[in-house]
Structure formats: structure tokens, C-alpha cells
Design a binder for this molecule. Sequence first.
Ligand code: ADP
Length: 666
Amino acid sequence: MFSKILIANRGEIACRVIRTARRLGIKTVAVYSDADRNALHVEMADEAVHIGAAPSAQSYLLIDRIVDACKKTGAQAVHPGYGFLSEKREFQEALAAAGIAFIGPDAHAIQAMGDKIESKKLAKAAGVSTVPGYLGVIADDSEAVTIARDIGYPVMIKASAGGGGKGMRVAWNDEEAREGFRSAQNEARSSFADDRVFVEKYIQQPRHIEIQVLADGQGTALYLGERECSIQRRHQKVIEEAPSPFLDAATRKAMGEQAVALARAVDYKSAGTVEFIVDAERNFYFLEMNTRLQVEHPVTELVTGLDLVELMIRVAAGEKLTLKQEDIHLHGWAIESRVYAEDPFRNFLPSTGRLTHYRPPSEDPHVRVDTGVYEGGEISMYYDPMIAKLCSWGSTRDAAIARMREALDQYYIRGVSHNIPFLASLMANQRFVDGRLTTNFIAEEYPTGFHASDLPPDDPAILIAVAAVIHRCLNDRDIQISGKMPGNKVRVRDDWVVVMDGAQHPVHVRPTDGSPQRIGYTVDFEGRHHVVWSDWTLGQPLFRGTVNGAHVCVQVDRVGVGYRLSHSGSQALVKVLTPNAARLDALMPVKAPPDMSKFLLSPMPGLLVSVAVTEGQEVKAGEVLAVVEAMKMENILRAAQDGTVSKVHATPGSSLAVDQKILEFA
Ligand code: ADP
């Protein structure tokens, strides 16, 4: 067994690998870029080596720097995590040349599976069912059309070197095939410097179901059940679960055996994933094999009880697997939600900045949080804006969903936007709960994007009762403050008015028998009693307790004289006033938001690449005004209507905050 390993990655996956290594008594070495000096993985590792500047091309992707870091620290093996160098054959080869073990498959398997055309050919030869299509490289758009007609529409045009959902187009007719070929080819050339494109049948109502495989390269190759990853946004996974609600035992076995056959065909060693696309009749077709640990591996760990990172390390150290296929059993259900720093209400724009508050739900056998961030840390613009992977486990799928909803309610993140409201909405979606999934789920259920109206309907009584209790606790504390001026004593009162969304709700709040550990109140309004129990104390961000016996977890932020309450993904601004103050509050004019229609605002945090207009210039609707680069993508901002530029507020080359003024119109 190794005594020291290096983790050639960052963020949650680096932390996750370190955790297992530590449990096995293996020392760990982290590598970090300028942007990650204070990152959690650096803090957690026994040693850390600085490998370069913030952009990953100048640090995490530099093979030589990582090999040097191994030599310097005496690390005997490298775990690559996912992304970065994990599927780079050259990395594997460079390590081998330096006598350092790679915790993953051999270079030949990475190479064989790294290319979509080649891997499909190999899979076909190994008896694996593949999507009907044409496995040659297509020369031009007219050939693409001929082949697409041959296969029969709809077809999918794919870049052979593709990954991460890039370089893929669906075509339903000749026109789209021609256009899809050109754009897939362009995207492939610019993203992967390889413009080979192929065509296959587009599977309708598809589900993405993948098989986890594990092999020791010494004769044992196993399948560890499946994960369903059909909940995707733009071909990127959002929610994953194990097992799949769609597979029966026979299909699971057939898919598992084909996946193992493919692993054997490439002499696979280590953990890997064989991805399939499954149609409505449970026909399954090979998509690709990922020769690394997947982001969503925790759901497999939760239902099998295995630690995949440990098994990868053992296999890399030359141990034989002692597990047999009949030892693999799936227990219960696990779901993973990818928590991202992005704003779901603004078309999922990435959000960066400091996590001013960060309290993940506490972990227990039902909740697992894999994260690489901490309170006070930063979500950097240089890397994937993932905050955490939140997993829940239950004995049934419904129990796992219920547990996920609770955990999402408890997840307290401030300082950056996050997608928890969207995840909460998915968990409450009836079609999701019924397990009627396809990869089009998000596009079909949220056809115009995600809006506040998509949030699960919340019972306003819960928020009113909680607001009343919170305010009453504050009032109870206020009366204990000594040294008040004569005549200014705060009175305890039972009658209040809760103002929520502009509506006034008179309430009556009285204490039930409380104890120092537990507060109890009865809140009466609209002719009903609501009994609230909680262990909440002033200043805590989470109000956890029961309302009429049902568990609730409401996030509480003080905003001016009121509160922002967050529950089930939605938010409400609430004020609790005395009846007199409420009467006057109703008379107060509402402050209108400033008119920003005369400004061009940056829609996202990013870099202002160029400004195409000058002060005094007249522009027509649709004309390019400026270009903002964010997350390696150039976003062209165009004029929404005709007008005259009166002022340019930002200079090219400067970094922009979201909503920062770029231009002003007369
Ligand atoms: P990448 O390597 O970019 O992730 P994949 O080949 O794994 O690309 O495909 C990503 C997703 O695209 C799949 O999960 C599935 O949703 C969709 N997809 C891929 N091929 C097809 C197909 N032939 N028919 C329908 N959907 C497909």
C-alpha cells in the first residue's frame, strides 16, 4: 500500500479523496493555484505544493508541474479526481515514466475510450448494444444529410472528441442536419481542436442510465449497479440517483454484463462508468465510457456501502479485489443534488464571490455533503462554480426525496446566488416524484426557464406562525433589557400584525409551557390555532421545529425591521408590527425601484472585453453594444431598442459585477 499520494485536483473531489486516504492512513499532498491558496483541500492535506497561476491551463492542467510536485514530496501515486487531467493519456504516461502510480485505468483504456467514434466501434465489437448510426468521419454537410436520411430523422450529430455536452446537435430534417453539422464541427474545432463529427439516431424520450464498473486488471471485473442521471440541463447532470426508478432486475443485469464485457475488452483496471441511453421500451444503447471517478459516484457508494476511492487506491497499489459479483447488493435509495453558485432566476448565470455565510446540513447516515468550500471562502471565476454535492439516502425513493427536501431547507448559503430554489422545485415536482424522467425533463417542465412561480406552493400559515414566534421571542428579550429611560419600557404584548407580501394578518401569540431548551407558542389567526415548538434561539439562521406537529425548517435573515424567511425554496419578506404601527405602515408610500431601462447593465460577473459604441453615437435595436466574457464564454450584448448612447460607464478590460452599469442612453 502507498504511504503518500498526491491529488491532482481541487475543490470537493480533492477533499473527498483526502478523506478516504486519511482513513486508510495514507499521507496526502494537495496541489494548488494562486486562486486556491486558502482552499479547503490545501488545508486538509498533509502537504501542499503551489503549481501556478489561477487559470487551470497554467496550473491544474500542467502535467510537468504535477510530476515535479510528486518528486518533490515523494508521493508514490496520483489520484486525478474528475475533469482536469483525469482522462489525459499523456498524464498517465508521464507518471508511468517517472515511476509514479496512477490511481485510475491504464493509458490504453483511456485512449480507447477517449474518442466517441473509436469507443463505439470497440463497444460494438465487444457485443455491447450501440446507438444505430454511422461510425465514419463525415466530410461535409451534404454527406451529413445523406447519412442522416439513411439513419432516419431525428438524428444526433456529435463531435467525436466531445465531452461536457459540447459539440452535439439534434436534427429533425435536412436543413437542421446541414446546420447542425456545421455548428457541431465548429464547436468541436474550437473546444477540442478536433473537428471529426459523426451521426447517430436520436433516441426519443431518452433516459440516461449509467453502470458503475470496477476491475482490478487481475481477472475480476464487477458492475456496482446503475445511476440514473436523466435530470439534465443542457446535457449537464443536475440530479442523479441510484438505483434507477425505471430498470427491472433483468435489464439491470443485461446492462451490467455488457458494461463488464466492455471493461474486459479494454483490460480495464480501476473504477469506470459505462453510460447508456435507454428508450421508453427499455432498449439500451452504449453512449460512452468514462475512465475515471464520476462526479455522481456518491449515490453508488450510499446504496452499495462501498468506498470507490478506497477501492481505486487498492487496485492501483496492486491489490486483488476480494469482492465478487454476488457480494454486490443495492440497499435503499440515494439521490444527489448538485448545488451550484448560479442564479436560477437569471437563466442560471454563474455567480462568484465570497460565501459570507455557509452552513451545510449536518451529515448523518441519511445525509452526505461533499464540498470543497467553507464559510468565508470564495467561489472563484476560474473554476466550476460547484458549491457541493448534497446526497440523501432513504429506504425507499420517497424517503430519499423527503430527506433531500429537508436537507435543502437546512442548507444556509449567503453571499453568492445558488440553485437551491431550483433543486427544491425539482424535488417537489410531481413528475419527478413519480419517476417519469427523460433527459428532456427540465426543458419540458420549465419551458421558459425557472421562475418564482415554479416553486412548490408553500403554506403561508407556516411562515406567518414562524414570523410571529420569532418576533415574540425578540419582544420577550427586549423587555429584559435594563436601564431604559422612564416611560420607554417595552411592553409584552400578545397582539401583532404580520405583514407578508403586502397583506396584513392580525395574530395573537401566547406562550405555551416552554423550557429553556425549547420554546412553545400558540399563534391564533384567521380563526385557527397554530402550535409552534422549536429550540430556536435569537440570532440563529435556522428556525427548526414543528408547526401543528409537522417538521419545518425556515431560514431567517434580519432585513431592516423585518425578516426574510426562506422555506421550500421560496422566500418571503415579512414584518411583524404592533396593530398601531401596522395601521400606519399601510399608509406608507411604497418606494418604487429606480428606472434602470436607460442603462445597459452587465448581466453577469465577468470581464468587459470591448465596447462597440462611443458617447453620442446613435444605435439601432439589435446592434452590438459590448462584449462581456464570463466562464470562458463571450457574451454579446445588443441594443434592445433604438437610442443614443449618452455615457460609457465602464472601460474595456475592467471586471464587472452583476448589474454594473456599462452604458447609459439619453
Ligand atoms: P458528453 O460526452 O458531451 O457528456 P454524451 O455522449 O455522454 O456526451 O451525451 C450527453 C447527453 O446527451 C446524454 O446524457 C443524453 O442526454 C444526450 N444524448 C447523447 N446521445 C444521444 C442520442 N443518440 N439520442 C438522444 N440523446 C442523446
